[in-house]
Write a protein that binds this ligand. Structure first.
Ligand code: SF4
Length: 450
């Protein structure tokens, strides 16, 4: 049987500080005054102690797990010292079982990359770095408010390539005035320097950002929906031709080089989130909960010091909520969403009429499992206690609960019997840009599964 260990429990660590706020950014990132000899005025020792305490609390919530991925996101985690990163990884390894092949990713900004620091992260246990390059045009980097130059980015990529087993970088496209020809040339340059993974995001105008104010005043015009779709389709063609097809709306990889951590989110797995503003999905006593931490870094640290964690929400998710979340996540993936998995987790199935309607509109399509080589989704091999494995064909038994851990695999016979109504759906065409609407329609049609 084909077995892929996806390490379906992940830990997300949010470092909320940046050297400067980019005008398009709505992440939970905070600029702190730079103190002479200090790191942006951040009391790193205090935050490390708070991370360690919140990790301990999170492990109490989740119980024993095998951690398949750790992701340091932000903010700008490459402003952390390697010693802090090492201490956090060590604490995670002490609280849970850290898979010997765990993917450990750290986001870095090219302006904060130094070879020594990268070597320090590597020694700490980071094996994958994600660089926020954003553009290969200096004038565009300035417009995006970035502190680095194209030369900085290329140097950072060279160091990343030489230091880590895996690296990836982000670019933003569909920028104001960007023509398809300009993007084709820039993307071609990016593909020539890419490793096995690339993230390509369209510029979006997020509320309450400086870009939103400019946009509202008519001073920043981004491509309209048709132009954005044309750029998107161009992107899909060029990346696929280069051997880096999309496996998610904005993420591209050679097969097998996908971000394991992000697949945890999109496949609706479980993950702990620690740090200011971090979100998590944890299962306690068989019930899936959503966690949300206080966003303000200093208030978060004070909460952790007072009560052992900085959570402001620990909310049980009912099965309908889980089904909606799972749809929204799963429809992002090229592999699509298995409706039997949805039934096992959420206890519901969208009506055939709703699926047929959206299919006729060209927004989704059905896939048979054979198209996916029966290789995706969770059926759990629990022989090791908690390690989540993906094993062959997926057909969870009905009546399953809110945790993958309780979903058993019905093996290969399910794969061979679904010609009439293929059980996997995925977003296609313009549907990839209106996932909320697709989820709304499918969710309204949910029928309980007996
Ligand atoms: S560096 Fe990243 S997280 Fe920080 S402000 Fe810019 S886009 Fe946001």
């Amino acid at each position: 049987m084909h077995t892929v260990d996806l390490g379906s429990f992940g830990v997300y660590v949010h470092w909320p500080f940046c050297a400067q706020k980019c005008p398009y950014c709505d992440f939970n990132s905070h600029v702190r005054p730079v103190l002479s000899g200090g790191r942006g005025g951040v009391d790193e020792a205090r935050f490390l102690a708070a991370f360690e305490r919140e990790l301990t609390y999170t492990a109490q919530l989740t119980g024993p797990r095998t951690v398949g991925s750790i992701f340091f996101g932000g903010g700008t985690p490459s402003l952390m010292s390697p010693a802090t990163v090492a201490a956090i990884i060590d604490r995670i390894a002490g609280l849970w079982t850290l898979d010997a092949h765990a993917e450990v990713t750290l986001e870095a900004n090219p302006s904060s990359v130094e070879a020594d620091r990268f070597r320090g992260y590597r020694a700490a246990g980071v094996n994958r770095v994600s660089l926020g390059v954003q553009s290969l045009r200096d004038e565009q980097l300035k417009r995006l408010g970035r502190l680095h130059s194209v030369a900085d980015a290329k140097k950072a990529l060279d160091i990343a390539r030489a230091t880590f087993e895996r690296f990836t970088f982000d670019l933003i496209y569909a920028r104001p005035g960007q023509s398809p020809v300009e993007w084709e040339v820039e993307l071609g340059e990016a593909l020539a320097m890419a490793g096995d993974h690339l993230s390509l995001y369209q510029l979006t105008i997020e509320p309450e950002t400086p870009f939103a104010a400019l946009h509202a005043a008519g001073k920043l015009v981004i491509p309209d929906a048709d132009a954005a779709l044309a750029l998107y389709d161009l992107t899909q063609g060029l990346t696929a031709a280069a051997g880096l097809p999309a496996y998610e709306i904005s993420n591209h990889a050679r097969p097998g080089q996908e971000s394991r951590h992000n697949l945890v989110y999109w496949r609706y797995g479980l993950y702990g989130g620690v740090g200011p503003g971090a979100h998590g999905r944890v299962s306690t006593s068989g019930q899936r909960h959503a966690t949300v931490a206080e966003k303000n870094p200093e208030r978060w640290a004070a909460l952790v010091e007072a009560q052992g964690h900085g959570l402001v929400e620990l909310t049980p998710l009912d099965r309908d909520e889980q089904a909606d979340e799972m749809l929204l996540m799963g429809l992002r993936l090229a592999e699509g969403l298995d409706l039997d998995r949805l039934a096992a987790i959420g206890g519901v199935r969208p009506s055939d009429a709703a699926i047929d309607h959206l299919t006729a509109l060209g927004m989704i399509e059905r896939l048979s499992r054979a198209d996916n080589a029966c290789s995706v989704g969770p059926s759990l091999d629990r022989t090791d206690g908690n390690s989540d494995h993906i094993t062959g064909c997926l057909s969870p038994r009905t009546g399953a609960s809110a945790d993958w851990a309780d979903v058993a695999c019905a093996p290969a016979k399910a794969c061979a019997s679904e010609a009439a109504r293929p059980p996997v759906i995925r977003a296609v065409g313009s549907g990839r840009f209106v996932l909320n609407e697709i989820v709304r329609q499918l969710s309204a049609s949910f029928e309980p599964v007996r």
